[in-house]
Ligand binder design. Structure first.
Ligand SMILES: *[C@@H]1O[C@H](CO)[C@@H](O)[C@H](O)[C@H]1NC(C)=O
Ligand SMILES: *[C@@H]1O[C@H](CO)[C@@H](O)[C@H](O)[C@H]1NC(C)=O
Ligand SMILES: *[C@@H]1O[C@H](CO)[C@@H](O)[C@H](O)[C@H]1NC(C)=O
Length: 387
């Protein structure tokens, strides 16, 4: 007995030491691997900068390890990874480079009216990526232009839905740069932020949006507005706002209409997301980190589906949204993440909207005529507004 307890105490001690040393050992080797994977070779050119970034990387390693311990204990439903493309940044740096200023979404109210459907058979799960209408994930780079990518990602999907001739799994899509350069009159602020609903309004008013190819993205907001419309990519006829805070309205829209632009509050933990259902769990405070209200959305993305995890003997299933981000495919699950559904987590339904594209034949590309009539009519007959 005595010997056994001594052995087990020793074992526990050595395990604890092992854990400590594995965190400390995150050093040059891991960092150098990370550097070459994420193309940050320039850190090698400046010893001071290298050391600074290594220290930040090591701090982040502790955060990730602590969180993943909690994940293994079942305290949180998502895992983090130090392989995130943002592991060389502090929270403050990340926030100022990649997120937009908090936007006031309190005007996303009910005036659109809840969606009403003839067909009330809401699918149990939906993933628009399987329908061939979702374009490849893009990279906003260091500019708070998420709102432009949320706008194009959703509008590309509707444009694809009505134009089967486009191969959307390869299409480079629509011009974020046009929104950055030209949409300021609609209460958008370039790299400091904006709202998809306001960007849809701009596209409706401007008569369309160029293609990515004709108006390439360069991650700054200093240029003049260069829209040409010689290469129309898409049009917007109307904008539909999800009733603010109404997740059922959001799920109905995704399940029965199509993808939806959503915005929410990103807290510092989010940049390390790797896989699983994001729940904004903080393993130090045991609390949810993000804010839920309409005055605190700082990131806009595209909701492309929803589902729930499988229940096991000791775990209930967790409902989630499937969301497309604009931080390249090297972040999250090939550029996507799941976020917990059913409690308006991080304000996910506070500021949601989608475009209704015009009925009829539309010009796209170099004057090519596209036939989207039948699908659009089929859709609008299921989409009626409460009068
Ligand atoms: C947010 O916008 C609403 C509606 O436009 C306005 O009434 C409200 O004062 C704004 N709130 C803040 C804190 O700016
Ligand atoms: C939709 O929401 C935006 C804010 O996100 C607001 O400016 C706009 O007025 C709303 N439109 C309608 C029809 O409610
Ligand atoms: C969790 O909260 C603590 C205390 O507010 C904070 O210091 C820490 O950075 C948070 N953790 C993460 C992963 O952001």
């Amino acid at each position: 007995m005595h010997l056994l307890s001594k052995i087990s105490a020793l074992l526990a001690l050595s395990l604890a030491q092992q854990k400590l040393s594995s965190a400390e050992e995150i050093g040059n080797n891991e960092f150098n691997k990370w550097i070459s994977k994420h193309n940050k070779e320039h850190y090698h050119q400046n010893q001071k900068e290298y050391q600074k970034r290594l220290n930040i990387f090591q701090n982040n390693a502790h955060i990730v390890q602590r969180h993943n311990d909690a994940y293994e204990q079942g305290l949180t439903s998502y895992a983090m990874s130090l392989d995130s493309p943002f592991s060389d940044f502090t929270d403050e740096e990340f926030h100022s480079l990649y997120l937009m200023d908090s936007q006031n979404c309190s005007a996303t109210h009910t005036s659109s009216g809840p969606l009403q459907f003839k067909n009330t058979d809401l699918p149990k799960s939906m993933d628009w990526r399987t329908k061939g209408i979702i374009t490849p994930v893009k990279n906003q780079k260091d500019c708070g232009s998420c709102w432009t990518f949320s706008t194009t990602g959703t509008l590309e999907a509707y444009t694809c839905m009505h134009n089967p001739s486009i191969d959307c799994t390869k299409w480079t899509g629509l011009a974020e740069q046009q929104l950055l350069d030209c949409a300021s009159d609609f209460d958008n602020h370039g790299c400091n932020g904006g709202l998809p609903s306001h960007a849809f309004e701009y596209i409706k008013f401007a008569g369309g949006i160029d293609t990515e190819e004709s108006y390439p993205y360069h991650a700054t907001d200093e240029g003049p507005c260069l829209k040409s419309f010689k290469t129309y990519g898409a049009h917007v006829a109307e904008i539909y706002n999800i009733t603010s805070g109404d997740e059922d309205d959001l799920v109905n829209a995704i399940g029965l209409v199509g993808p939806v632009s959503v915005a929410y509050d990103v807290s510092p933990d989010f940049r390390f997301y790797s896989h699983g259902v994001y729940d904004s769990y903080n393993s130090t405070t045991n609390q949810i980190m993000c804010k839920f209200d309409a005055l605190h959305v700082n990131h806009a993305v595209v909701a492309v589906g929803y589902g729930e995890t499988e229940a096991t003997e000791n775990k209930e299933s967790i409902p989630f949204f499937i969301i497309r981000n604009s931080w390249s495919t090297s972040w999250g699950m090939e550029g996507y993440f799941w976020i917990k559904r059913g409690e308006n987590l991080c304000g996910i339904s506070d500021c949601a909207s989608f475009p209704i594209v015009p009925i009829g034949k539309e010009k796209l590309g170099n004057g090519k005529l596209l036939d989207g009539e039948s699908t659009q009519l089929a859709r609008t007959s299921t989409l009626r507004k409460r009068g």
